[in-house]
Design a protein around this ligand. Structure first.
Ligand SMILES: Cc1cc2nc3c(=O)[nH]c(=O)nc-3n(C[C@H](O)[C@H](O)[C@H](O)COP(=O)(O)OP(=O)(O)OC[C@H]3O[C@@H](n4cnc5c(N)ncnc54)[C@H](O)[C@@H]3O)c2cc1C
Length: 305
């Protein structure tokens, strides 16, 4: 086992790399462990990142961040952390096929995984860019188009309304065969925004030019220009759960104003935290967590000596 770090960052997406950058610039002993599967890698081109008016693809955001971090010599362990334990001095993280790492603080930035829609013969539709995930990210680029939202219940209705209110007057909610049980008020709002609800299961697709051009329900073919999935995320919280960290009802991690979870010394940043799953938000979380860790380490040192 190596010497104790001030902080180990787990997760090398936009949030984790920002935390590591801040900590390195605070001259803290920091390392980053990353399993190498960031959601950010699936972004075809983002137009809502300030400074990149022409848009920037997710892989380029990640490459720029990696290059930035490399300038500070932050060690990067290319491995999944399989176990995270706590003892009197802080944390012991065990990466797959590496020696354990000891750290006084941990920033968990392990992100989340999109729940993929069960479309006939089409696995990983979000990852392959055939179905979009995030109208907050790219609804503007979808404006005035014929849009389908895959979802059901209050979440599906909410996303369909979000799009219908701001971007398009032609929105259909595809429930993929799930019955839509809504209270009267929500149904009235859907009606007011003329959101159509299609509860029949999708039995076939017409994929043309890298996009889903039509879906088949019974004998009918429904044509769309853009499909969004509103099925939510699965948060990668297993390491925090094993330490007993408090979670929100949707499974994300609960944090305080300094981004600390209910486990002392365990911070969280990015999609894994409740709230808006956006790059600039995750970077903000990371900046706050890193600064809090830096100040806590400085206070500890003053007390020691
Ligand atoms: C198709 C698509 C388009 C999007 N478009 C936009 C957009 O335009 N603008 C925007 O702001 N957001 C967009 N997003 C959302 C954005 O991608 C996320 O908000 C962002 O990637 C979250 O960053 P993160 O660092 O929290 O997590 P991630 O980017 O998911 O990175 C988490 C990292 O942690 C690693 N990890 C997980 N578990 C472990 C472990 N146990 N040990 C070590 N490493 C681990 C993962 O392998 C991964 O590398 C989009 C998302 C998708 C899917």
């Amino acid at each position: 086992m190596q010497d104790t770090l001030d902080a180990l960052v787990i997760g090398g997406g936009p949030a984790g790399m920002t935390a590591a950058l801040y900590l390195a610039r605070f001259r803290r002993r920091v390392a980053l462990a990353d399993a190498g599967e960031p959601r950010a890698a699936w972004i075809p081109a983002s137009h809502n990142i300030p400074f990149f008016a022409e848009g920037i693809p997710g892989p380029e955001i990640l490459a720029r961040q990696r290059e930035h971090l490399a300038r500070y010599g932050v060690p990067v362990i290319a491995a999944r952390i399989a176990r995270l334990e706590r003892d009197a001095e802080g944390f012991v993280a065990t990466p797959e096929q590496h020696v354990p790492i000891r750290a006084r603080n941990v920033v968990l930035a392990t992100g989340a995984v999109d729940v993929e829609p069960a479309l006939p013969d089409l696995p990983d539709a979000v990852r392959r860019g055939l179905v979009r995930y995030c109208p907050i990210c790219d609804g503007f680029e979808s404006r005035d188009r014929r849009i389908a939202v895959i979802g059901h219940g209050a979440r599906g209705a909410g996303e369909a309304l979000f799009i219908a209110r701001s971007y398009s007057e032609d929105v259909t909610l595809l429930t993929l065969g799930q019955p839509m049980e809504l209270d009267g008020a929500l149904r009235a709002r859907l009606d007011r925004h003329r959101v159509r609800i299609e509860e029949r299961p999708v039995i076939g697709l017409d994929v043309q030019g890298g996009r889903i051009a039509a879906v088949r329900v019974d004998e009918a073919e429904l044509r769309f220009e853009i499909l969004y999935s509103a099925l939510g995320l699965r948060y990668r919280t297993s390491l925090a759960e094993a330490l007993g960290a408090v979670q929100e009802p949707n499974g994300s991690l609960r944090v305080d104003a300094g981004m600390m979870t209910s486990v002392p010394g365990l911070y969280a940043a990015g999609d894994i935290v409740a709230g808006l799953d956006q790059i600039v938000v995750g970077m903000g979380h990371a900046a706050i967590a890193a600064t809090r860790i830096h100040n806590a380490c400085a206070a500890d040192r003053e007390q020691e000596g």
